[in-house]
Design a binder for this molecule. Structure first.
Ligand SMILES: CC(C)(COP(=O)(O)OP(=O)(O)OC[C@H]1O[C@@H](n2cnc3c(N)ncnc32)[C@H](O)[C@@H]1OP(=O)(O)O)[C@@H](O)C(=O)NCCC(=O)NCCSC(=O)CC(=O)O
Length: 375
């Protein structure tokens, strides 16, 4: 029924990032890694990224630049305050658009990869927003990049199974939990530092809108999850003394390309939606609008090629990637927001039905079938 997004105020252009990153981590001597990082950034399709971690904050915490030093406590301390604050900035926008008081929120689903506390980000966020003490909270940690879509799936079930429920979903992601300097033999670090950025997204989800106050944007027709067998190794992460150690396998773009068609076809089939979809990659897929998680430029290229999507079909995903990078679980809210903004600016007669697809550890594919309410 409403979507809000927010980013930290500080940002670095992708063009400047390589110099910035090697300078602030005192790594100028690692010339080969710097050249490789430049190749990654040049090909990333990203123009700028926002970060909570500034040079000043890094000066206060020089241990964040290395993975051997015990810095997890300090990282979590920063995230404990910053995650709910960023989530609140996005949630306030969503609640304002929704048009009803924050006290009418009945359920809260919060997800982040940047934390590990009790009392957690859900309690803090509820307090910041002035939600009712009886709001029913669910907190999901470390769900990877599909966590925002997973939280929306949960919200849909809550909304449909609890009459009158209004579920606030919020996700905030801060790269500082995984930030570290470049190191020989750790190519994952270059990918992570080269494409991930910080952001928060929020949405209000409910059934049976109260007209005319509530003006739905997307009808969530179905939300499903598939785990691709034999791919547990492809995305892994662990909280260690030096922060979140994250690994993304080189084959992720091809893996996604291989599985996207059957995941979407499986999600559409039970709905009996009359779309002439050719699962071998025919033009039928262009009969949908697309909100694909922009995990990286190569992921979007792979989906586009595999499904023979027309140029522009992934414009919302590419624009979000360009402006903000991969913001893990928060990204889906930005892509949905961008889609509805583009439709409001003259593309109102776009496709009626669409899909949101996100990928995460498992490898997990979250697929949501959506109907644009004003198409
Ligand atoms: C990083 C890229 C922009 C690079 O662009 P290209 O692939 O076109 O260019 P390229 O092949 O020349 O790659 C540039 C350099 O990066 C290296 N490279 C590419 N992918 C790598 C990876 N996963 N790990 C380590 N190195 C990698 C290449 O070997 C190459 O090194 P050299 O130049 O030395 O030969 C792209 O590969 C990309 O978008 N990858 C997708 C990243 C991804 O999987 N994201 C999903 C995140 S998972 C997610 O979103 C969910 C989650 O985290 O939970």
């Amino acid at each position: 029924m409403a979507i809000g997004t927010a980013n930290p105020a500080s940002w670095v252009t992708q063009e400047e990032y390589v110099d910035w990153y090697f300078r602030v981590t005192n790594s100028e001597h690692l010339a080969d890694l710097k050249a490789k990082m430049k190749r990654i950034c040049d090909k990333s399709g990203i123009k700028k990224r926002h970060f909570h971690l500034t040079e000043e904050l890094l000066a206060d915490h020089p241990d964040f630049a290395g993975r051997a030093q015990p810095s997890l406590d300090a990282r979590l301390d920063v995230a404990a305050a910053a995650v709910p604050e960023l989530a609140a900035a996005a949630a306030r926008k969503a609640i304002a658009e929704w048009g009803r008081p924050a006290g009418d929120i009945t359920h809260l689903v919060v997800t982040t990869n940047s934390g590990g506390h009790v009392v957690g980000a859900d309690v803090r966020l509820a307090r910041l927003l002035g939600l009712r003490p009886t709001v029913r909270r669910t907190l999901l940690y470390l769900g990877g990049c599909s966590a925002g879509s997973g939280a929306l799936r949960l919200a849909k079930d809550l909304a449909e199974n609890t009459p009158g429920a209004r579920v606030l979903v919020a996700c905030a992601e801060l790269n500082l939990i995984a930030f570290r300097g470049p190191e020989d033999g750790c190519l994952d670090t270059l990918i992570l530092q080269g494409i991930f950025g910080d952001g928060a997204g929020a949405a209000v989800v409910g059934a049976d809108p109260v007209v005319p106050v509530e003006r739905p944007i997307f009808y969530m027709a179905s939300a499903s999850q598939t785990t691709i067998p034999g791919t547990e190794h492809a995305i892994t992460g662990q909280l260690r003394k030096g922060g979140l150690d994250y690994h993304i396998a080189h084959e992720m773009p091809s893996l996604v390309g291989e599985h996207i068609a059957h995941c979407v076809a499986d999600a559409l089939a039970p709905l009996g939606i009359g779309i002439d979809v050719d699962v071998d990659g025919g033009g039928g897929w262009n009969g949908l609008f697309w909100a694909v998680h922009p995990g990286g430029r190569a992921i979007l290229d792979s989906v586009e090629a595999r499904l023979a999507l027309a140029p522009g079909k992934l414009a919302a995903s590419r624009r979000v990637l360009g402006e903000f990078g991969n913001m893990a679980g928060a990204t889906v809210f930005f892509v949905l927001d961008e889609l509805r903004r583009a439709r409001g600016e003259g593309e109102r007669r776009g496709c009626e039905w669409g899909v949101a697809v996100a990928f995460g550890p498992g490898v997990t594919v979250e697929t949501m079938v959506l109907r644009a309410v004003h198409f």
